[in-house]
Design a protein around this ligand. Structure first.
Ligand SMILES: Nc1nc2c(c(=O)[nH]1)N[C@H]1C(S)=C(S)[C@@H](COP(=O)(O)OP(=O)(O)OC[C@H]3O[C@@H](n4cnc5c(N)ncnc54)[C@H](O)[C@@H]3O)O[C@H]1N2
Ligand code: MOO
Length: 492
């Protein structure tokens, strides 16, 4: 235990330094638990239980026989596709890029962000604007408050006390102000939010006043100065002030502010329309996996995440491994973005590349130097018609969603880029020299992120326990190195 505490203390000390030196994350990994998916443990532990003082997601070396197959072995017969369109046959002359090469991860994200222009803004009623992006700055249509307002229940007073009260006990309620001038030396009951009458110099809270002389005179138990407990007109904003900039996501708070500032509708970028095409004959949509068939894990995941990314899912279609159906669905789609899952590699029924090639697609990103997810792709197959191909392995698909679909949707929806979040790793992460790694991590607080087990490309167990994906630069990162975190859409 002492050793662990000392290690934590030394990590704490390292945290600030490492965050300050964030740009330099390509530190050599220290020897430590091995997180390389090629060698990582599969998802079972003997008995399936963990002692309470152990974290079930703590890394552990892979027991023999449970390793994932190595990705370092070049594939025989793999087809490579050029970036200019169409499918290129393997040249077979040894000049093909080795699997794992592709567009560098950061460049792929930049390309995706620049692939499209923001959609045409449109007005939306407030009640229908949540989750959209403001296409114009929200400028106040009124001063806020729009009149001098009492901040407390009590009395509006004019000049120094004691003050004379009206014989009939009259007062002012919010929304019921009578025009009238309060004369010096007089007071009037007032409610929070009511308009302060002309002539009033302050509001005396009810707990700071005593009424004497048969209800005729008000005495203060605290000193009140000019303006006490009055919210002056325009205190929060003046008409025309920019309240939030264009590109802001319409949250419940933005809706409230817009209503307070006088809006009935907002000018927003429409949600990009996304059609999801789930490929694979092996997929089941209910019940237990059986024989050689498995449950579709992507259909249920992508819809909610796309919504959280600002998109509207117009349809989710299950096409099996049918090239003609894929071609027909792509051709018929009117979506801003078609998202396919599976079929991006070079297997006998991997139809995504050949079909896009047949449609004359322009390849914007064809493979990314990232693990998992390297076969992901982005192509344009007509004006304003984009397709992101996600690999079939579920964690690889999520890597593709956040690498290519997220920046493209952000641009289409006119959303401002978020400031990258950073954290230092509590464990070193190994990596291949040319590939960025995206590793599920939990947020340990104070800028620390703990890499999780069960992060193989075909696994979702680590991701389901994660707060974010850590972006580990090529070559890996040492314990204590600062890395960027990609928030998972559900946790935004
Ligand atoms: N010759 C090569 N083979 C493979 C390569 C390669 O470079 N050359 N890359 C491997 C990697 S890495 C990945 S990732 C996958 C990508 O393959 P595809 O995009 O073609 O996907 P599929 O082959 O259709 O499926 C892969 C895997 O994922 C399962 N899957 C598919 N869809 C779903 C779903 N909706 N829910 C759950 N699981 C799904 C599928 O059954 C396969 O097990 O290619 C490697 N091969
Ligand atoms: O490693 Mo693959 O790229 O499973 O995604």
């Amino acid at each position: 235990m002492t050793g662990r505490r000392e290690a934590d203390a030394s990590l704490d000390r390292a945290t600030d330094d490492a965050l300050a030196l964030f740009a330099d994350t390509r530190t050599v990994p220290e020897p430590g638990p091995d997180l390389d998916p090629e060698r990582q443990q599969e998802s079972r532990e003997p008995g399936g239980y963990f002692p309470f003082d152990e974290d079930p997601f703590e890394q552990a070396p892979a027991p023999p026989g449970r390793e994932e197959p190595s990705l370092d072995v070049p594939f025989a017969g793999v087809r490579y596709y050029d970036a200019t369109g169409g499918a290129a046959e393997p040249k077979g002359d040894g000049t093909e890029p080795s699997p794992g090469h592709g567009t560098p991860w950061q460049e792929a994200r930049r390309t995706a962000a620049r692939a499209a222009a923001p959609l045409q803004p449109c007005p939306r009623p407030l009640g229908d604007a949540l989750g959209h992006t403001l296409a114009a700055p929200l400028a106040a249509l009124t001063d806020l408050p729009s009149f001098d307002t009492s901040a407390m229940d009590g009395w509006a007073v004019a000049g120094p006390g004691p003050w004379r009260l009206p014989a009939d006990g009259e007062g002012i309620l919010a929304g019921h102000a009578e025009a009238g001038v309060l004369r010096d030396g007089h007071a009037l009951r007032i409610a929070t939010g009511a308009r302060v009458p002309a002539g009033a110099t302050a509001v005396l809270r009810s707990e700071y006043g005593i009424v004497r002389d048969a209800g005729e005179l008000l005495h203060a138990t605290r000193h009140v100065t000019q303006g006490t407990d009055i919210r002056p007109r325009g205190q929060e904003c003046r008409t025309g002030d920019a309240l939030v900039p264009a590109g802001t996501l319409v949250t419940p708070a933005v809706l409230g502010l817009a209503a307070a500032a006088g809006y009935d509708e907002l000018t927003v970028a429409p949600r990009p329309r996304v059609e999801v095409l789930v490929l694979g004959d092996e997929l089941l949509h209910e019940g237990l996996p059986h024989e050689d068939r498995i449950r579709d894990a992507l259909g249920p995941m992508l819809g909610p995440w796309l919504l959280a990314l600002g998109a509207e899912v117009t349809a989710t279609r299950f096409l099996g491994d049918d090239a003609a159906a894929l071609r027909a669905a792509l051709t018929a789609s009117g979506a801003d973005l078609v998202l396919t899952t599976g079929g991006t590699a070079a297997g006998p029924v991997d139809h995504v590349h050949p079909t896009l090639g047949d449609l004359g697609a322009e390849w914007l990103v064809d493979g990314v130097a990232v693990r998992p997810g390297h076969p992901m792709l982005l192509a344009r197959y007509g004006p304003g018609r984009h397709v992101v191909g996600l690999p079939g392995n579920p964690l690889a698909a999520v890597a593709g969603l956040l690498t290519l679909a997220e920046p493209l949707l952000r641009t289409l929806a006119g959303r401002a880029a978020r400031r990258p979040r950073r954290a230092v790793l509590t464990e070193g992460v190994t990596g291949r020299p040319a590939d960025t790694r995206l590793v599920p991590v939990t947020d340990r607080g104070e800028g620390r992120a703990r890499p999780l087990r069960f992060h193989g490309p075909a696994m979702l167990r680590g991701l389901a326990a994660a707060d974010a994906l850590a972006v580990v630069p090529p070559g890996g990162a040492a314990r204590g190195a600062a890395v960027e975190l990609l928030d998972l859409p559900g946790a935004l």
